[in-house]
Design a protein. Structure first.
Length: 316
């Protein structure tokens, strides 16, 4: 009889507190952590991605951090391939792999068997769509989805340009909407025995945490980090440098904003991003929600999470 590999997932919006609780869970369950963050995969991008430090890891092995250079292509297909290797290795050593992050598409690539569109990569098409967005606005490109993939059109925000372009790219190559393939993938059985937990908290409290995090990034030297990346020769047009925190600071360095305006824009964009993340996870019926506000301590929350995980995964 085929035994499914074990997998725990701890997801949630940016700044909700995934790092600390995931490390505590890993300590208690003999786990190792695989990051599902689309920006932390890049080397040299530490402050703006809130990358966990070696000290904060507390001896827990972390993977999918500093995997590639900022000018290397990294896609959901690459994430899936690498993450599956790490999951297999961690399981083989009798430990529990714990996926931690807020990039829902990366998580779905593991649970939904998203092989169908992985081979579709059209850099020229992507660049063309980005150019159109630059000239006519993100809303214009988003409207291109309406007649060909209304499901994705309604699900994706116009500012989620990367995924909007991805949906257009898949349709351009297959003649079918990406939502059609996503529906098919959900009908296939998952190859993992998994527990999928998503963290949340009061919206105003989350937004306050986001603002404090941005202020901390600036204090720790985010502007210097971005300047260093540009001096190393990395183009501001790279996908990596379009990430939250980097694009806004580059606009400041280009003279488009004052530093204060760039910081305020970053806070606003991060709040919007967190809202989109929560919408994504709420649309997934497999998620077990944990409201951080309901717990008096991180240890009490960890105990409840472990009870849930034990009910979904054989931990022996």
């Amino acid at each position: 009889m085929y035994l499914k590999q074990k997998l725990c997932i701890i997801a949630g919006p940016t700044a909700v507190g995934k790092t600390d609780i995931s490390i505590l869970i890993a300590q208690k369950l003999c786990g190792e952590i695989i990051s599902a963050d689309s920006a932390q995969v890049y080397k040299y991008m530490d402050i703006g991605t809130a990358k966990v430090s070696k000290d904060d890891m507390k001896g827990i092995n972390h993977y999918m951090i500093d995997e590639v250079y900022p000018d290397e292509n990294f896609s959901v297909a690459v994430f899936k391939e690498k993450a599956e290797c790490y999951i297999k290795d961690i399981n083989s050593r009798g430990k529990l792999p714990i996926i931690v992050g807020g990039t829902g598409l990366y998580i779905n690539s593991l649970l939904n068997n998203l092989e169908f569109t992985n081979s579709i990569i059209d850099i020229d098409f992507r660049n063309k769509m980005r150019q159109i967005a630059s000239e006519k606005g993100n809303e214009y490109v988003h409207e291109m989805l309406k007649s060909i993939d209304e499901v994705s059109y309604k699900r994706l925000h116009p500012n989620d340009l990367k995924r909007v372009i991805r949906a257009l790219e898949v349709y351009n190559h297959t003649g079918k909407p990406i939502s059609y393939f996503q529906m098919l993938s959900k009908q296939q059985p998952c190859k993992y025995e998994y527990a999928y937990i998503c963290l949340n908290m009061d919206r105003s409290r989350l937004y306050n945490r986001i603002e404090l995090r941005v202020d901390k990034m600036i204090k720790e030297g985010l502007v210097d980090e971005v300047e260093k990346l540009l001096k190393m020769g990395y183009s501001k047009k790279l996908t990596s440098l379009q990430a939250l925190g980097y694009k806004e600071i580059i606009d400041y360095l280009d003279g488009d904003y004052s530093l204060e305006e760039a910081i305020n824009t970053l806070k606003k964009n991060t709040r919007h991003y967190a809202k989109r993340q929560l919408t994504w996870f709420r649309n997934d019926e497999r998620v077990f929600w944990i409201n951080i506000d309901n717990y008096f301590s991180i240890n009490a929350m960890a105990e409840n999470m472990i009870r849930y995980i034990a009910g979904k995964i054989s931990l022996i």
